[in-house]
Design a binder for this molecule. Structure first.
Ligand SMILES: Nc1ncnc2c1ncn2[C@@H]1O[C@H](COP(=O)(O)OP(=O)(O)OP(=O)(O)O)[C@@H](O)[C@H]1O
Ligand SMILES: [Mg+2]
Length: 509
C-alpha cells in the first residue's frame, strides 16, 4: 500500500475513534435477515452496520427496512457466528470506492477489492460514491458521434453513438456474454468497465480468459459478484461498476460500461425487497426494483464535459418472453435494444441478432442519406423474406410470381453471410457499410463511412442526391407506392392460396 493511503487510513481511523459511536444489539436472525435494536433513530435505509460475530470478526450489513421499531439488515457476507445479543455498530462513512488508473486490467469484487491474485490496488484521492447521481439533465451534453462497435451487424443496422445506452436482450445461452466480450475487445472506447453480476462462478474465469482475453482486459476493469454471493453484494456490484465508469469519465476517457446482466441485478433487488416485506408486484418483482432501474441506468450516458459513458446492458428474457416486466422496463429506459434470437443461434448464425426486432433510437439521425438508403434497402429485403419465409421454405412460393420476393430470395444468403461474424474477427464501421453495399450490389464510396455525421452528410450529399434523382426520374413516388401496394396485395393473396392448398392437402391426407 502506498504511503499516502496508509496515512489516509490512519487519519480515517482517528476520526472514527474520536467521532460519536452508535451501538445496537442483534435481536433476531431469520435466514439472511438480521434484526437490530438500538440503532433505529440514527440508521436510515441504505445505511451500513458492522455486526460483531462470536469470534470477534465483523460482518457488514445494510439497512433495508424497519419493522416494529427494529432495523432490518441484510449482510454482505456470511452470517456464521452471528447470534442474539451480538453488538452492532453504525458505520458513518458513505459507501464509496477510490479508484485510480492502475485499476485498469484488474478484476475487483463489489467492494472494490482485488480478486485476481495480482496484488493490492492503490487507493485514489477522491472517493466515488457507489450511489452517485447522474449528471443534471439540463447540463448533460447530447449523444456524440458514432462509436465503432467492431461488430458489423450492429455497426450497420444498430449504430450506436457515444453516450448512448443500449440493451442486449435474449433468452439464456443465446450469446449475450460472447457478444459483450466482442464489444469489450473491439469497441473504439478508451476504457471498458464491465460488471459481471450473478454469473456462475465457473463461468467468470472462463469468460475472462477465453472471451475477454489479455487484450480485452488490458483496457478494462471488471467487477464480479457471482450468483452465490449475498443479494446486497450482487446489487452493489452494479453500483461499483457505475462508480468506476464515472471515475474514468471524469478523467476525460470515453467509457464503455457493460453490465451482464441487469436481470440478475433486478433479481438481487427483488430478494432484498421481499426480505424487507415489500409486496410483490409484477412476476414477484417489488416496486422498488422498478424505481431503482432508471436510477442506475441513467448514470450511463453523456456527461457534462466531452467524455461520455456508453452503456451496454444485457437483459435475460426468461422463457424468451420479451414482454416480461424487467425487459419491458429496461427497454423503456434505454435508447435502443439489440435482440438476440434463439432460432437464429440454433441455425448457427452468430451473433444471433434479429435486425428487424432491434432498434437504435439514434438512427437514422446519425447516418448520412446514403447510409440510410442502404440500410432501408437491406431492411426491406429482410422484411420481405421474413414475410414470405414460411412459404419459401415449404416450396409454396413459385419463383417469378413477385419480383420483390424474388429479389429478397436472391439477397437472403448474402445478407445472412453479412450478419454472421466470427468472434475473433473485428469489423470497422467503414468496412461494415462497404461490405453491406457490396452484398447488395450498391456502388459505395468507402471513405465516406468512417466520418462523423456532419462531414459525412456533405460527403455523401452528391452520392445520395444523384441516386435519389435517378430513382425519382425512373419511378415517380406515387407510382412506386401503387406498385408496392399492388405487390403487397399479391403477396397476401399468394399466402392465402398457399394456406388453402396446404389445408386442402391436410384434409385429403
Ligand atoms: N459469436 C459467437 N460465436 C460462436 N459461438 C457463440 C457466439 N455467441 C454465442 N456462442 C455460443 O453460445 C454459447 C452461449 O453463449 P453466451 O454464454 O454468450 O450466452 P448468454 O446469452 O450469455 O447465456 P446466459 O443467459 O446463460 O448468460 C457459447 O458458449 C457459444 O457456444
Ligand atoms: Mg451470459
Amino acid at each position: 500500500m502506498s504511503e499516502p493511503s496508509v496515512l489516509k487510513r490512519a487519519l480515517d481511523d482517528i476520526r472514527q475513534t474520536t467521532a460519536e459511536r452508535y451501538m445496537g444489539r442483534v435481536t433476531s436472525v431469520v435466514g439472511m435477515l438480521v434484526e437490530v435494536t438500538g440503532l433505529e433513530r440514527v440508521l436510515s435505509i441504505g445505511g451500513r452496520v458492522d455486526v460483531e460475530t462470536g469470534d470477534g470478526s465483523r460482518v457488514t450489513c445494510e439497512a433495508i427496512g424497519f419493522r416494529e421499531g427494529k432495523a432490518l439488515l441484510l449482510p454482505f457476507g456470511s452470517l456464521e457466528g452471528v447470534g442474539l445479543g451480538c453488538r452492532a455498530e453504525l458505520k458513518t462513512d458513505e459507501p464509496s470506492v477510490r479508484p485510480t488508473d492502475a485499476w485498469l486490467g484488474r478484476v475487483v469484487n463489489a467492494l472494490g477489492q482485488p480478486v485476481d491474485g495480482k496484488g493490492p490496488l492503490p487507493d485514489g484521492r477522491s472517493p466515488y460514491r457507489l450511489r452517485g447521481a447522474p449528471p443534471p439533465a439540463h447540463q448533460r451534453q447530447r449523444v456524440g458521434g458514432k462509436l465503432d462497435l467492431g461488430i458489423r451487424a450492429l455497426n450497420a443496422f444498430l449504430t450506436c453513438c457515444r453516450g448512448q445506452r443500449m440493451g442486449i436482450f435474449s433468452g439464456s445461452g443465446v450469446g449475450k456474454s460472447v457478444t459483450l466480450s466482442m464489444l469489450a475487445r473491439y469497441t473504439s472506447s478508451d476504457v471498458n468497465v464491465i460488471g459481471l453480476i450473478g454469473e456462475r462462478g465457473r463461468e467468470v474465469q472462463e469468460w475472462l480468459e477465453d472471451e475477454l482475453g489479455e487484450e480485452g482486459l488490458k483496457r478494462s476493469v471488471v467487477v464480479v459478484a457471482t450468483s452465490d454471493e449475498p443479494p446486497p453484494l450482487r446489487r452493489q456490484a452494479a453500483y461499483t461498476t457505475m462508480a468506476l465508469a464515472e471515475y474514468f469519465r471524469d478523467r476525460d476517457k470515453d467509457v464503455l460500461c457493460m453490465i451482464d446482466s441487469v436481470t440478475r441485478f433486478a433479481m438481487a433487488m427483488r430478494e432484498i425487497g421481499l426480505a424487507a416485506g415489500e409486496p410483490p408486484a409484477s412476476k414477484g418483482y417489488t416496486p422498488s426494483v422498478f424505481a431503482e432501474l432508471p436510477k442506475i441506468l441513467e448514470r450511463a450516458g453523456p456527461g457534462t464535459g466531452a467524455a461520455a459513458i456508453t452503456g451496454l446492458f444485457s437483459v435475460l428474457v426468461e422463457g424468451g418472453d420479451h414482454d416480461e416486466p424487467i425487459a419491458d422496463a429496461v427497454r423503456g429506459i434505454l435508447d435502443g435494444h439489440i435482440v438476440l434470437e434463439r432460432a437464429i443461434a440454433e441455425r448457427g448464425r452468430y451473433p444471433a441478432v434479429n435486425v428487424l426486432r432491434s432498434i437504435s433510437r439514434t438512427m437514422p439521425g446519425c447516418n448520412t442519406q446514403a447510409q440510410n438508403d442502404l440500410i432501408a434497402r437491406a431492411r426491406r429485403l429482410m422484411s420481405t423474406y421474413e414475410d414470405m419465409g414460411e412459404l419459401i421454405r415449404i416450396g409454396a412460393y413459385k419463383q417469378g410470381s413477385d419480383p420483390q420476393v424474388d429479389e429478397a430470395i436472391t439477397y437472403h444468403p448474402r445478407l445472412e453471410n453479412f450478419l454472421a461474424q466470427d468472434k475473433n474477427e473485428r469489423c470497422s464501421l467503414a468496412e461494415s457499410y462497404a461490405q453491406l453495399a457490396q452484398a447488395l450490389d450498391v456502388p459505395w464510396q468507402t471513405e465516406n463511412a468512417g466520418k462523423q455525421p456532419g462531414q459525412q452528410q456533405q460527403a455523401d450529399a452528391r452520392q445520395a442526391g444523384a441516386a435519389r434523382a435517378q430513382t425519382a426520374q425512373q419511378q415517380p413516388q406515387q407510382a412506386r407506392q401503387q406498385t408496392q401496394a399492388r405487390q403487397q396485395g399479391q403477396r397476401q393473396s399468394l399466402r392465402r392460396q398457399a394456406r388453402g392448398q396446404q389445408a386442402g392437402r391436410g384434409a385429403a391426407e
